[in-house]
Design a protein around this ligand. Structure first.
Ligand code: AMP
Length: 280
């Protein structure tokens, strides 16, 4: 049976009991509206840990005022059922007051990494993410935490925070789960109308195009980006935000693709902002 925890004291007690019994804890922070991508993280945790804890918290601190916080879906009953089916041990489901009581004023900012790419387009976003993730880590005290490659920059930011703040938590990245046609699963895909949904697959297609170019010997970044842009221009509902090709370890942009590079893309499809990436 899955146990649902609402308050921090209870979570601390449970975590401390588990540590006393020498149980490993796998932790997956989410904002709910769970799909097969989240469930892959859960399965990975279940396979590698004695106990799995999932959190569902739509974190206001990571949304800017003009973003979709109020509109963000919250299908709790459905999420609960999905987690029960996966035999998750504990679900932490706090409300906003629990996580940000009146007077809250301490934030974690992972400088540099937080200000590029997603951070440039969404100021404050990664400060909100790092702050809530550190709070959740402090409460859960996990052995392993699981993040999706889909949000690659988020994974790199969290890794950096863990290193900088001497946390003893293993950060694991899990490859992106996609629909049959290649679109990366995202809680935001439900905002796409059928026409937008049809065009959205071209973000991944443009990444595959870049991959093909690189694997056939083109390693100069500028023309690769240009080819991607040309490809995407045909799709009128797509408004590109950025394409970046970088070193996956520290996200520093490269001019020539190296042995291992990550290609990151962000675009609006209609009014919905989507991101994707591949590692080559
Ligand atoms: P979210 O609920 O959107 O905050 O996502 C929670 C976790 O699930 C994050 O670590 C995401 O990177 C991960 N995630 C979201 N979508 C996918 C996907 N399509 N494949 C794998 N992991 C994902």
């Amino acid at each position: 049976m899955m146990y649902i925890i609402f308050d921090e004291l209870k979570l601390r007690q449970i975590s401390s009991e588990l540590h006393k019994k020498n149980k490993s804890i796998g932790f997956i922070p989410t904002m709910g509206t769970l799909h097969a991508g989240h469930l892959k993280l859960v399965r990975e945790s279940k396979a590698k840990n004695n106990v799995t804890i999932v959190s569902i918290f739509v974190n206001p601190a990571q949304f800017s005022p003009n973003e979709d916080l109020a509109k963000y879906p919250r299908p709790f009953k459905q999420d609960k059922k999905l987690l029960e089916n996966e035999k998750v041990d504990y679900l932490f489901y706090p409300d906003v007051k629990t996580m940000y009581p009146a007077g809250f004023q301490t934030y974690i900012s992972v400088n540099n990494l937080s200000n590029i790419f997603e951070g440039k387009s969404r100021p404050g976003h990664f400060t909100g993410v790092a702050t809530v993730v550190l709070k959740l880590f402090n409460l859960v005290q996990p052995t392993n935490a699981y993040f999706g490659q889909k949000d690659f920059q988020q994974y790199v930011v969290i890794k950096q925070m863990v290193r900088d703040l001497n946390l003893s938590i293993n950060i694991n990245v899990v490859s992106t789960v996609r629909d049959k046609d290649g679109l990366a699963l995202s809680s935001r895909n439900i905002f796409l109308n059928p026409q937008e949904r049809g065009q959205a697959i071209n973000l991944y297609q443009s990444l595959l195009l870049a991959k093909k170019l690189i694997l056939s010997g083109n390693n100069s970044v500028k023309p690769i980006k240009k080819e991607m842009k040309n490809y995407l221009q045909k799709y009128k509902l797509i408004r590109l935000d950025y394409i970046e090709i970088c070193n996956p370890k520290n996200l520093s942009p490269v001019k020539i693709t190296a042995k291992k590079s990550v290609i990151l893309i962000a675009a609006y499809v209609g009014k919905t902002r989507l991101i994707d990436n591949i590692i080559i």
